[in-house]
Write a protein that binds this ligand. Structure first.
Ligand code: UD1
Ligand code: UDP
Length: 378
């Protein structure tokens, strides 16, 4: 048998791990691949939470995270670390997902070593350089480097074609995040988390809130918190669940405004499995997250997106998501409408899955096998 295809899979943040886990697992199940998992450690606790769940241990952990790290620091430390890894253990292909700085730098490091880069979740765009920041440019700068563009949707494929990426290098695979969420949703419910227990015991309605985007740091995030407080005051059966990102900036906005409310559950980031179960229990989801925008529609949960633009228009087009920005009056009005108007609620609460069917990782494996076997093993 020919030499296995050596793959370096790179992840650094929570969403990197969630979306790369299905790929790493699928490749490891096949004897044609030898996969090394490299964690940059751009996130620490939030990365480890996911790796534990998927039973993945990094072969190398660069452990780069520092409190209040800047984009430049993440970039420099990741580039140096990946350069070292690639010098010591060359690979036939480097893979990373999405739009984090870990991902852009993984593409750059691979390019400097003339190793083909495979971009999982390629082609998402807002065409606004600063929204989301720096993710839009992370994606755009990754595209010309990548040899393999694994686009989750046809819209993403069209974006790449418009930018001159050859059609033969783009494959529509679905989003590996849907593989991950389906797998987790199928696992037995884990009751240990006290925040999840409180939510599952609650007999009224549940509002789930996550916010972490750089564009929302400061005043916009404070406005989001004020809107959530007003909703709690207006609807006395409403429970707010807000798992707070580890970035201290997030809690600085949320805790002073919501911390003392008896129906506000402010908690550390939930492990992925309890979080998925919380999404399924929620009545309405308020978020500026990318991944949550993909997952919530699968469960038929109306999702109000706390952003001005989205690189995930499919959920909006399907009627499951609505862009509401960060104006508190608008957030309150749109959420209140969903909580009081059953027709408006029913219109958004249709389960749709424009982002994938749960088989993206399997497709990526097949493509890599076809492409790399014929190139390197004939
Ligand atoms: C990063 C990504 C963003 C992604 C988000 C997912 C970049 C530039 N940003 O943003 O695209 O949507 O992750 O969550 O790649 N921290 C901890 N523990 C953790 C994680 C973070 O303490 O497990 C704190 C640290 O103080 C760190 C700060 O959060 O300095 C910010 O982390 P960073 O990765 O720079 O940015 P995110 O906002 O998490
Ligand atoms: N998530 C989680 N615990 C939480 C909040 C979110 O596991 O407390 C998951 C969520 O289901 C999604 C992913 O984290 O899969 C999204 O990550 P995040 O919002 O941090 O980043 P983004 O997707 O915006 O880049």
């Amino acid at each position: 048998m020919s030499r296995p295809i050596s793959v370096l899979a790179v992840c650094g943040t929570r969403p990197d791990a969630i979306k790369m886990a299905p790929v790493v697992r699928a490749l490891r199940e096949h004897p044609a691949f030898a996969v090394r998992l490299i964690a940059t450690g751009q996130h620490r606790e939030m990365l480890d939470q996911v790796l534990r769940l998927f039973d993945l241990t990094p072969d190398v952990d660069l452990n780069i995270m520092t409190p209040h790290q800047t984009l430049t620091e993440i970039t420099l430390r990741t580039l140096e670390g990946l350069d070292r890894v690639l010098r010591e253990t060359p690979a036939e292909v480097v893979l990373a997902q999405g739009d984090t700085t870990t991902t852009f730098v993984a593409a750059l490091a691979a390019f400097y070593h003339k190793i083909p880069f495979g971009h999982v979740e390629a082609g998402l765009r807002t065409y606004d350089k600063y929204q989301p920041f720096p993710e839009e440019m992370n994606r755009r700068l990754t595209a010309p480097i990548a040899e393999f563009h694994f686009a989750p949707t046809e819209t993403a494929r069209q974006n790449l074609l418009r930018e001159g990426i050859p059609a033969a290098r783009i494959w529509v695979t679905g989003n590996t995040g849907i593989d991950a969420v389906q797998w987790v949703a199928g696992q037995p419910l884990e009751y240990a988390d006290p925040a999840l227990q409180r939510v599952l015991r609650h007999t009224g309605r549940v509002l789930l809130l996550t916010t972490h985007r750089r564009e929302n740091w400061g005043e916009p995030m404070t406005a989001i918190a004020r809107a959530a407080r007003e909703l709690l005051e207006r609807f006395d059966d409403l429970l707010l669940l807000a798992p707070m990102h580890r970035n201290p900036i997030v809690r600085q906005s949320l805790v002073p405004i919501l911390g003392d409310h008896p129906r506000a559950v402010l908690t550390e980031p939930l492990d992925y499995a309890p979080f998925v179960h919380a999404m399924r229990r929620a009545d309405v989801i308020l978020t500026d997250s990318g991944g949550v925008q993909e997952e919530a529609p699968a469960f038929g949960k109306p999702i109000l997106v706390l952003r001005e633009t989205t690189e995930r228009p499919e959920g909006v087009e399907a009627g499951a998501a609505k862009l509401v920005g960060t104006d508190p009056a608008r957030i309150v009005q749109e959420t209140a409408r969903l909580l009081t108007d059953p027709d408006a609620y029913a219109q958004m609460a249709r389960a749709v899955n424009p982002y994938g069917d749960g088989r993206a990782a399997e497709r990526i494996r097949k493509i890599l096998l076809q492409e790399l076997r014929s190139e390197t093993h004939t």
